[in-house]
Design a protein around this ligand. Sequence first.
Ligand code: F0G
Length: 459
Amino acid sequence: MPVYPPEPFRIKEVESIRLIPPKAREAALKEAGYNLFAVKAEDIYIDLLTDSGTGAMSQEQWAAILRGDESYAGARSFYRLKTAVEDIFGFKYFVPAHQGRAAENILCACLVKPGQYVPSNMHFDTTDANIRARGGRPENLVIDEAFDPTILHPFKGNMDNAKLKAFIEKVGAVNIPFGMVTVTNNAGGGQPVSMENLKAIADVYHSNNIPFFIDAARYAENCFFIQLREPGYAHKSVKEIAHEMFALADGMTMSAKKDAIVNIGGLLCMNEGILFEKVKNELILREGFPTYGGLAGRDLEAMAVGLYEGLDETYLSYRLGQTAYLAARINEAGIPTIQPAGGHAVYLDAAATLPHIPQQEFPGQALSVELFREGAIRGVEIGSVMFAHPDLETGQVVYPKLELLRLAIPRRTYTQSHMDYVADTLAHIKTRAANVHGFRFTYTPELLRHFTARFEPLK
Ligand code: F0G
């Protein structure tokens, strides 16, 4: 059992949470159409829906918020953020955006034309949808090991270079406006990508004249995994590793709601001047003037401070240790999770936990409902509800390889006893798993259906 690392902070402000009784949970589920996104947050006891924007800001961040310069153009707060972004990421140009998907939208609006392809190890859902919304086709080329939850690969987020080369050969480099990689690979278990792999990917993209963008939402966790696991990096600081990583790329999109530990914010960075001009015009149309990009001055300040706090190695060691502890306790209860534990979340193998529920009846969804029913805990399905889609040519439904329930851990928010409560609740569910049933849709929107779909239980 991994040791639970003492939190490298103490608490000076609290937010109350309460456990509503079983009857009220049942009513909440029914009212929400069995979609946890539609349950009121105050009815959730432990909220592991996402680690995005849900972390606790530090006293330094709150102090910075009071220094926010709310000038429309050229605010002091923008220049503070600019200094931090240049220091950490080193790209020539950047714009703030209100969150990660806004940065993705602007990048796709500027670069993706209908029928073009954008490869990655695995795109997250919003990236996937932003590429599709411009008529493009996202392609996931992660290594095969990523699809076997039991394999202990140190860098299970790696892209398969042979698959990437074959893909470029097949569709033609001219039909690829840019290539990506997601660090860490959220859609595939929060698994890191090695520096060796990043270098190889950059080589392939660049030898084909394809610009290389990193989805940097959890770059600091990824860099810490490199320090821990990759030969030659034990003595480099996480910041030095980040420098090496971003020097390989032509730009990045980032949701600052993760490793910059803010409640709202995003970044789009690039080295190319012509693209930057296009990006600014699109940004003004969709987000705001380039020195605030849809954020308040105070948000820019909190991000400038949070970017450095996210790189703190004592914090990162606690963060990864907390995730590893929760995963080990859940495994102890007999529930398999993606191995090894990722950075920001534990991914329960719902297909293995509920083997009697077929993919078309959504085992991940069933497990998420059960977790709320049993303990008012909220996770998120990452399986067929999120990713099953009709094939563009044949119309047949293509199911994802994994049916997962993700328990994402907000940063600096929950303690060891909360993690123990989650593991104990799952242990209870395990004892009655055979009686858990699947679901069918009663409503589905066209894009990103997991957010607003409704379900009914199958008996
Ligand atoms: N890229 C990755 C890898 C992400 O995990 C997310 C968001 C985004 C981009 C989009 O960023 O939310 O700021 O617009 N992931 C959240 C999650 C929603 O729960 O994993 P955003």
